[in-house]
Design a protein around this ligand. Structure first.
Ligand code: ADP
Ligand code: MG
Length: 682
């Protein structure tokens, strides 16, 4: 049934629902509230304002003041609650339609954010209702849906309520097998939908939500399990021979000795690559931990076995930098490298493609451009995906399809607690570099108020005078309506006034790729002293002579991201500094202090999690896992564990999901493009 045939949805509103992804009745039922406004209990006026959020109050109007000022309605009521304590209810705004509606003596329910004034609490009303004389107050939990400007949550709630029994007549697929739902004491599917759209208590809503989250995780974990199973049944990978002296030779040819952690993960990776089952390993290592060298070791092993490698990075800047770092590491082994970029000239592209197709070049480094048609390999045996969470499952598969069951190494600098990583990347094996190369002087980190920016720039000047380079990072490109520092404006100001005698460059995401490369190249070669940039420098850029990082408007970024930015400096023996500049209002300081006290990426990720709640890492983590509508892999980690165990059992017992009780799960997997192939390949 189309959403348009529901009562309360007409030809005008149906497209508004469609814009939110709701085209059918089951889709509406699956559109779950993300929170509830609790209108059940009024707070006594004497205690209003304690929660910090919106609160409810009930009282009798004792005084009405109304004004209209330039189209604004301002209504201010005095009330007293049942205990005789006074409070104020206030509306300010356009078209609120409250003007003239209130009289002394009326009983009202009001809800809103509380302001605590000297004279008593003020409710900034978002919601109100008239109460009849003597009528006891009966409030509800009001579901709040993700809405759009044209389609309010209230309208969605009304349509759900009005059509509820019709919606239940067409239940969405239930991925949770009946026996499992019973074992976990979940309600029947229709009860769960009732409980989540119209709960009587928050506990009831939460339990119902868990059922849906479990279902979502079960599908995700089953897909991962099927993928793992499929991979392990693939014995077409080329088993590579590891010459006994290869590690020794490798260490002789690189400019330093490997850290213990690098040696260990190289061992793990080489041992994977010596099997006929394709490797699928995630290499996790903090910024600066030396992942490039590990990637080089994998490439060397492939080349020793006359197999080609392809490394794919999310941006041209990164791909370009990888090429620059890998080439000298590979040169002593006679391994030739070709780059494949979108912005490359047709001539250099076709020369590169010819060498890759003919097998003269052993390594391709590039961006998504590697995925295009016409990029062919002679014998692709290894694919390496940098910052793997920035690529989708399908893109990674497309690169692998250029070879015959190639080994795959995924790399990430995002620190995620290990147990979590194991559940999220269920079809990957993990290798962690948990040790930084020696000889680094720790980066000294400061948090500084913006009123002292002049001093910060003096400090930059001093370091430049000592022969070093500096990054200055700002959040916005242009000067806009936001109060944020714009890189364009700040670069202009620095060039003209503060650093008029220095060589200042400007880098941001809107520049053409070629221009970005030119600027970055000049900075790398030391032809620029100061690089003013947006966070495009965030990942991977490596300029050892850059020893100062200044981040303006540091309040804009999560700790993990600030830590990534800091990782751009401290890449050589010279003493490095990182300065986080925050606005004069306090509050930020405590958060930034964490960074001044530790450089351990995992610890910082934990703190970030504690401060900002689970949503924070969710973006990165979830894109690693695919699309999640409901579950939050950090908050719901226990539910995920249970779902993963269940998935393992299901796939072991019924690998093709043929049993009747797995029909729902199978059907759910078949509806998503990224998992469809798994259930139809059997
Ligand atoms: P990331 O893990 O962030 O990609 P890189 O591979 O770019 O780190 O390495 C960071 C820096 O450390 C590079 O300048 C690299 O040359 C250097 N490096 C890597 N491994 C070692 C090592 N074992 N000893 C000394 N320096 C190293
Ligand atoms: Mg790197």
């Amino acid at each position: 049934m189309d959403v348009g045939s529901l009562s309360g949805v007409g030809p005008k509103t149906a497209p508004l629902f469609a814009a939110l992804g709701i085209e059918t009745a089951p889709a509406l039922l699956e559109y779950l509230p993300f929170r509830y406004d609790d209108l059940r209990f009024p707070t006594p006026a004497a205690r209003l304002g304690e929660s910090g959020g919106e609160e409810n109050a009930v009282g009798r109007v004792t005084d009405v003041k109304e004004r209209r000022v330039r189209g604004l309605e301002i209504v201010e009521l005095r009330l007293i609650d049942d205990d005789g304590v006074p409070f104020v209810a206030k509306w300010i705004g356009r078209n609120r339609y409250v003007y003239g509606r209130f009289r002394e003596g009326m009983r009202l329910f009001v809800r809103g954010r509380i302001e605590r004034a000297f004279s008593g609490p003020i409710v900034n009303v978002s919601h109100y209702a008239h109460l009849e004389e003597g009528e006891p107050y009966h409030g509800e939990l009001v579901p709040v849906y993700r809405a759009s400007k044209e389609l309010a949550s209230r309208k969605i709630a009304a349509v759900v309520k009005k059509n509820f029994s019709r919606l239940l007549a067409e239940l969405p697929l239930d991925p949770v097998p009946a026996s499992l739902a019973r074992a976990r004491r979940y309600d029947s599917l229709d009860d769960a939908y009732r409980a989540v759209h119209a709960p009587r208590t928050p506990e009831e809503a939460e339990r119902a939500r868990e059922r849906f989250v479990f279902g979502e995780f079960l599908a995700l974990a089953t897909a991962a399990q099927l993928r793992r199973r499929e991979r392990e049944s693939d014995h077409d990978a080329r088993p590579l021979a590891v010459p006994p002296d290869l590690l020794e030779r490798f260490e002789r040819e690189i400019p330093f000795s490997l850290t213990g952690a690098q040696r260990r993960v190289i061992g793990e990776i080489w041992s994977d690559m010596s099997r006929n089952v394709p490797m699928n390993r995630l290499l996790q290592g903090d910024v600066g931990s030396g992942k490039t060298l590990v990637a080089a070791a994998a490439v060397v092993l492939a080349a020793q076995n006359r197999m080609q490698s392809a490394l794919m990075a999310p941006t041209e800047l990164l791909a370009w930098q990888h090429a620059g770092k890998l080439a000298p590491l590979l040169l002593p082994f006679g391994i030739a490298l070709e780059a494949v970029f979108g912005s490359q000239s047709a001539r250099s592209r076709s020369a590169a493609l010819e060498k890759l197709a003919g097998g003269e070049a052993a390594v391709a480094v590039g961006t998504h451009a590697l995925l295009t048609q016409g990029v062919d390999f002679d014998r692709l045996g290894l694919t390496i995906i940098d910052e793997q969470h920035r690529f989708g499952v399908e893109q990674r598969a497309r690169l692998r399809a250029k070879g015959v069951s190639p080994h795959t190494l995924h790399m990430t600098a995002t620190p995620i607690p290990r147990t979590l990583a194991q559940s999220v990347y269920a079809d990957l094996d993990l290798a962690v570099i948990d040790e930084l190369p020696p000889g680094r002087t720790p980066i000294e980190t400061f948090a500084v108020r913006s009123s002292r920016l002049d001093r910060v720039y003096e400090f930059v000047r001093k370091n430049v005078a000592a022969g070093h380079q500096a990054y200055i990072v700002a959040p916005a490109i242009d000067e806009g309506e936001s109060m944020l520092t714009s890189v364009v404006a700040e670069a202009e100001r620095l060039k003209r006034e503060v650093f008029a005698d220095l060589r200042v460059g400007l880098l941001h995401g809107r520049l053409a790729s070629r221009e970005k490369e030119t600027i970055m190249g000049r900075f790398v070669r030391g032809e620029l002293d100061v690089l003013v940039s947006t966070t495009v420098v965030e990942v991977g850029v490596d300029v050892p002579n850059a020893t100062t990082m200044v981040v303006l408007d540091a309040q804009r970024y999560g700790l993990a991201q600030l830590h990534q930015l800091r990782g751009r400096v401290g890449r050589a023996a010279a003493k490095s500094y990182c300065v986080f500049v925050y606005p004069n209002d306090a509050g930020e300081r405590e958060r930034l202090e964490i960074l001044t006290q530790t450089t351990d990426g995992f610890k910082i990720a934990d703190e970030d999690l504690r401060l900002r709640g689970p949503g924070q890492l969710a973006g990165t983590v979830q894109s690693g896992a695919g699309d999640l509508r409901l579950g939050d892999l950090l908050r719901d980690v226990e539910v995920y564990r249970a779902a993963k165990l269940a998935a393992e059992r299901i796939v072991a017992d019924d690998p093709h999901l043929e049993r009747a009780e797995h029909a729902g799960l199978r059907a759910v997997l078949a509806t998503a493009p990224s998992t469809r192939a798994l259930v139809y390949s059997s």
